[in-house]
Design a protein around this ligand. Structure first.
Ligand SMILES: NC(=O)c1ccc[n+]([C@@H]2O[C@H](COP(=O)([O-])OP(=O)(O)OC[C@H]3O[C@@H](n4cnc5c(N)ncnc54)[C@H](OP(=O)(O)O)[C@@H]3O)[C@@H](O)[C@H]2O)c1
Length: 215
């Protein structure tokens, strides 16, 4: 399956591209194709130096939608509407949300939209797409440290069982990630809210590699 990342030039998009492209066909998307190409070239160079196999290319965000089976939305939540307005052809597509709307004060606080969560907002904006929430609680830094094992739990939520299974298989294909079915898309509000908790714990305890593992 071809996996495309909308906003794939960002912190998390690059890290996901590095990991996913080792055993999937991956396309880094951007508003600007030249930016996607630069990011892709840097990732390819890095993977080559480590002697790792990869299948990674670059395109525009629209190019990602036109050619990919799984479309990961990796843009800041506040840019969701403008991003969607600039794109077409998402009907019937499997769309993954990893977005966590947060406010930063002297600590991080979950700040969901009125729909309840970023994933639910995305589903409302794209009523004919199949939105699955996943990968919310893994920090970009951990994605990017590709010589290190990723051994976290990944809560997967969605109202489309077949698509949820596809995303769970994708999760389980990466390092030692453990996909867990967390239920319908409505549960994504709880899952997204874990991320500011993880960041606050890391910050206030001076811990690194904080993550979630359910046993
Ligand atoms: N960072 C993390 O550790 C982490 C962890 C889990 C989940 N997440 C979630 O993942 C998403 C991406 O996070 P990130 O840290 O990678 O974000 P980011 O680096 O700030 O942005 C990601 C990409 O979004 C695009 N973008 C930025 N501003 C935009 C705008 N005004 N309009 C349209 N597109 C814009 C840019 O791509 P182009 O300029 O190439 O178009 C950018 O490279 C967020 O929703 C976040 O909540 C992040």
């Amino acid at each position: 399956m071809k996996v495309g990342i909308i906003g794939g030039t960002g912190d998390i998009g690059k890290g996901m591209a590095l990991r996913l492209s080792q055993n999937h066909e991956v396309i880094i998307g951007s508003r600007k194709e030249e930016k996607a190409t630069l990011s892709c070239d840097a990732c390819c160079e890095f993977l080559k130096e480590l002697n790792l196999p990869f299948d990674l290319t670059a395109s525009t965000n629209q190019g990602v939608i036109d050619t990919c089976d799984i479309i990961i939305f990796s843009v800041p939540p506040e840019t969701l509407q403008i991003t969607i307005d600039s794109l077409t052809g998402l009907e019937g597509k499997l769309v993954v949300s990893l977005m966590n709307p947060m406010e930063r004060k002297d600590y991080f606080r979950y700040a969901p939209p009125e729909e309840g969560s970023a994933a639910m907002q995305l589903q409302k904006m794209l009523p004919d797409s199949k939105v699955i929430a996943a990968f919310n609680n893994i920090p970009a830094k951990q994605w990017n440290q590709i010589s290190e094992i990723l051994d976290y739990s990944v809560c997967v939520c969605g109202d489309y069982e077949e698509e949820k299974q596809i995303v769970m298989e994708l999760v389980n294909s990466i390092s030692e990630l453990q996909a867990l079915n967390a239920g319908p898309l409505a549960v994504s509000a709880t899952v997204e809210a874990i991320t500011p908790l993880v960041i606050n714990i890391a910050k206030f305890n001076k811990m690194r590699d904080v993550g979630v593992y359910f046993r």
